[in-house]
Each structure stands twice: as structure tokens, then as C-alpha cells.
Design a protein around this ligand. Sequence first.
Ligand code: TXA
Ligand code: MG
Length: 359
Amino acid sequence: MRTKTVKVSYIKAASEIFAEAGEIIRSGGLVAFPTETVYGLGANGLDAAACAKIYAAKGRPSDNPLILHVADRAMVNLVAKEVTPMAERVLAAFAPGPVTVILPKRDEVPSSVTGGLATVGIRMPDSDIARALIRAAGVPIAAPSANTSGRPSPTTATAVFADMEGKIPLILDGGPCKFGVESTIVDCAGKRAAILRPGAITREMLAEVLGELAPPPVLNEKEAPRAPGMKYTHYAPVAPMTLMDAPEGETRRERLFAAILDAVCEAKADGKRPGLIVSRELAEKISPFRLVPPERVAVYGSADSFSEIAARLYESLRYFDETDADILFAEAVEEKELGVAIMNRLKKAAGGRVRFADS
Ligand code: TXA
Ligand code: MG
């Protein structure tokens, strides 16, 4: 199958492409499209056979449920059996936007789409292109991130093409995604709202509209995570990566720098070619040492801007697809606000390899 990428800059001028994309979805095919978080790989969310193609194209385990994307509040009722007061508040405050609510599903939603669960994830993206596509299709669109399972999520059409070439007919190119990390998932089906995956809508923001939230889960190897997808290896770059962290406080950045410098020297002594995923500030400090060539340094943004780091995180991880680096070190961020979501993805990309600078 030939994969066509079409740039979409103006919704009105691009109506022909939406007619074509909507028709592909209605007839059971796949279309990749931009959202404000990451690119999604879409299919008719009420068509089990169409959704099976998503699992095949991604190599995704069948027990990992898909999120259904809707264009407006009315469409939520097509997929949710009940919209709880908690969900109403989250939707009123943050939709359209980077949030997904978990609600009891209607029978019309195939259980193969929800990994056998009685609940369904619902999201109203704040991307004109995404909502125009859903309207053109006239059905809720099931869409996971448009990457091969286990790889970093795509935040550009080029990254989608790298993973999906030959597997899908159409990619809508809306430029780079604004947020860069996937939506916050909030379980609104139980007694108390719980965050199943951190994202750009932070715990603090949710607490303002929901009051108290269930405490963040303590990582427990034995217990299955409530968002099934969170148990799998994720976002992993091609070379093994270690996340370098340091205690909070005034000396944090100094310690991180020293720890990364040490790790690089150690790796080189072992005959390795280290690559770095770091802030602009750290990159500038390490460059005079001439230990790592510039082409093996991916700058994910300024250490002072979580939003910049989130937006460039996955591209920084994917950057190493094309270099000769054989071991990677990534700089941790502070686990607060949007930093919680960034660290969640970095830890998964590192497959749990975290090295803490000792005091
Ligand atoms: O920002 C996003 O949410 C992006 C864009 C494309 O909208 N989508 C996305 O989908 O990140 P995906 O499939 O990569 O991640 C969906 C996550 C998985 O961890 C899955 O297990 C969880 O949502 N999930 C989906 N339905 C669920 C349900 N009923 N209960 C619990 N977790 C659910
Ligand atoms: Mg994903």
C-alpha cells in the first residue's frame, strides 16, 4: 500500500481531503491525523474489524484498549452509557483539550476496542484538524498514538511516516503537535476520580474542578495498572537509555551535570558511543569538554520550560534512530506540574533504568 501524506493548513481550503479521509474511515480504513498531544492512528471506533487493523499496523497487544475521539459533547453519549458528574466537570473545564475520561461504555462500542473492559476512554481533541476529520467521518474515531507499539509516540507527520509507511493509505500533516505528551487519563467511572496517566492537564488543575483525587498509585510490580497500556515497555529509543536524576534543591543542576559527565566518561572507557538527551543549559556546559560530538546530543528544550521539553521529548528520543550512539543518557526533570508527565514517559523510555546522583 502506498502511504500518502497531505499537508493540511486551512480547514476550509482542505475540505476535499477531509471528504476523502472521512470516506476512508467510514469504509473501514485507517487515517493518521494530528491532535494537540501526539498524532493518532484513526479508525471507525464502532467497527471492530476496522479497529483490528489498528492493532495489526501498530503490533499492539489486543488487551490494550483504544481511546475513542469525539467532535463535541453530544457525541460523548454515543459511546458512554453514563456520563458521571465527575466526567461532566472534567469535560466542562478541559474539553476540547488534552484529557481523556474513562466512563462505562455503551453496548455499541465493541469490547475488542476496549480490551474487554466494561469502560471506554473518551477524548475531545483541541485540534481543528482532528475534529474536522471526526465530523467528516460522522463516527467516533478510535485512535492510539500513531507509532509502532513500544516506540516513542509521533509528534510530526514525518515520525508517523517512519513507522506507518506502507501500512496505511493516508497521513494528514498538521505540523508539529503543541503539547507533545499524550492526554491525561482520568477514571471517572468509580467513586473517586483517579489519574491513570499523567499529561498536560495536571493533578493540580484537576483537583480544582474535582476536589480530592485518588492518590497516585505506588508502583507495584504485582498489580496490573488500571490503564492497561501503562504496563508495556514504551517510548523506547533504539539504543538503551538510562535516566539520570538528582535530589531536589539548589545543587540539583550541578549534581546532574556531574553525574552525566561521569556516566559519559565511564561509557567511553567501556568503548561505547554515548548519546545525550538533555536541556540546552546542560548541553552548553558539557560541550567544552569535547566528550560527545554535537551530532550525538539531542537538546529537548530549556531546563526552565516544561512545556518546551514536553513538546520536543519524543522527537529527541527518535533523533537517535539515525545516529551511531549505542548508549543514551537522559537528563531528568523535577517531578512537579507538567514535569510529572515528562518523567512518567522518560522512566518508561528508560525501561526503569534510573541512576540517582548520590548526595
Ligand atoms: O493524547 C492521547 O491520548 C493520544 C491521542 C492520539 O489522542 N492517544 C493515545 O492513545 O495516547 P494510546 O492508545 O497510545 O494510549 C491509550 C491509553 C493506554 O494506556 C490504554 O491502556 C488506556 O489509554 N486506556 C484506554 N481505554 C481505557 C479504559 N477503558 N480503561 C483504562 N485505560 C484505558
Ligand atoms: Mg501510545
